[in-house]
Design a binder for this molecule. Structure first.
Ligand code: PMP
Length: 411
């Protein structure tokens, strides 16, 4: 335990000084985090969805060191470089045909900000200056910056803390919380009444992540896109958490036939090595946008682009579909039966995502300490105990995670 850390450093969604100490990680390899005090734990979180190949991977390490010998960073205004060009080509190749224009940013939240900005600038340049609002489904999460926050769930997001500052948008029923027809009818009614003020719809495809870890019928996406199109509203998909194989498809929108107008990618884009995100759109939208008024200092960082190139190549060459299917089967065998438990409200599984929703709030600190004793790193929040391990995880290590979850439920 590091008292300086506890006294002075602000961690994610935390207080400073902190009432609780953070576990110190000395190194990480494969699916393991090596903690101070000689404790080795299996990372069931993939560092918030991102470390899909595990840690300290020789191929990913080499991509960074090779690029480092050339240059760590250059500005991306007036200059370009091969790692970014190669990555843009790959992203265009593996995403729907209409998406041919790529904007690199340095985090998922900023990818969302730029997506929202693209939509606003597009309509503004078309003379539709009243289209300044967004519509989204409840239960979503899109990041912590102000634009992104304004389209997070209005109840469990941070709206109440920033009311009066956050712009007001339209929230419609989520297909994960209401029957799909009801959710679509709500969207249609909102579009009918307000589409003259709505620039775009934004949502996470198939799995709503940090806003409540809920899964919904992919058909909603096809129907929602059709409604948006009919009402001249752009369709933005946020694949930041779900992209790069996590749900069992390379991208979650591949569960159905839908082409987003704008797509946000991040997290596992670099195999969890470095911070990088991308917002893709069509030439129709980009030409409508004109000059995009955005340009972060560290956009398209060459080290990050290099490791992203290596990570995507590694993923596509691997048998990731088999691995994700194997993890899903394991969750069905080991977690699904917990649904019968009196303390469990629901169990949800898709691809390499396993979610146990408890009836009561979880005491996150004590459950986390208990899980560490079991050799497992998970970060429960609210009523949710969930895991999304690296795809490379062994059966044995998976069993350690699911046994630990069972123990938490049973004690
Ligand atoms: N969108 C989604 C769907 C996310 O899950 C997240 C991160 N949890 C973000 C956006 C924001 O990404 P970042 O934390 O890299 O800013």
């Amino acid at each position: 335990m590091d008292t300086f850390d506890q006294q002075h450093i602000w961690h994610a969604y935390a207080k400073t000084p902190s009432p609780n100490a953070n576990y110190k990680v000395l190194s990480a390899d494969g699916v393991y985090l090596n903690l101070a005090g000689d404790k080795r734990v299996i990372d069931g979180m993939s560092s918030w969805w991102s470390a899909i190949h595990g840690y300290n991977h020789p191929v990913l390490n080499k991509a960074i060191t090779t690029q480092l010998a050339k240059m760590a960073h250059v500005m991306f205004g007036g200059l370009t470089h091969d790692p970014a060009i190669r990555l843009a080509k790959t992203l265009i190749e593996i995403t729907p045909d209409n998406l041919t224009q790529v904007f690199f940013t340095d985090s998922g939240s900023v990818a969302v900000e730029s997506a929202l900005k693209m939509a606003l600038q597009y309509w503004h340049n078309k003379g539709q200056i009243d289209k300044q609002k967004f519509v989204t489904i409840r239960g979503g999460y899109h990041g912590d910056t102000f634009g992104a926050m304004s389209v997070c769930d209005p109840d469990n997001g941070m709206h109440h803390l920033f009311s009066g500052v956050l712009p007001q948008h339209y929230f419609v029923k989520s297909p994960a919380l209401a029957p799909m027809d009801e959710a679509l009818a709500d969207l249609e009614a909102t579009l009918k009444q307000h589409s003259k003020n709505i620039a775009a719809m934004i949502l996470e495809p198939v799995v709503q992540n940090a806003g409540g870890m809920r899964i919904y019928n992919p058909q909603y996406l096809t129907k929602a896109k059709a409604l948006c199109k009919a009402h001249d509203v752009l369709f933005i998909l946020d694949e930041i958490a779900t992209g790069f194989g996590r749900t069992g498809e390379l991208f979650a929108f591949e569960y159905t036939e839908v082409e987003p107008d704008i797509l946000c990618l991040g997290k596992a884009l670099t195999g969890g090595y470095m911070t990088l995100a991308a917002t893709l759109t069509s030439v129709k939208i980009s030409s409508g946008v004109g000059t995009l008024m955005h340009g972060p200092t560290f956009m398209a960082n060459p080290l990050a682009c290099s490791v992203a190139n290596a990570s995507i190549e590694l993923l596509l060459k691997s048998n990731w579909q088999d691995n994700v299917a194997r993890i899903e089967q394991h969750f069905h065998a080991q977690l699904a039966p917990l649904k019968q438990h009196v303390k469990v409200a629901d169990v949800r599984i898709l691809g390499a995502i396993g979610i146990v929703e408890m009836v009561d709030e979880i005491d996150a600190e004590s459950v986390q300490d208990f899980l560490i004793e079991q050799g497992v790193w998970l970060r429960p929040y609210g009523k949710l105990l969930y895991t999304m391990p690296p795809f490379t995880i062994s059966e044995q290590a998976l069993l350690t995670i699911t046994n630990a979850i069972q123990l938490v439920v049973n004690t």
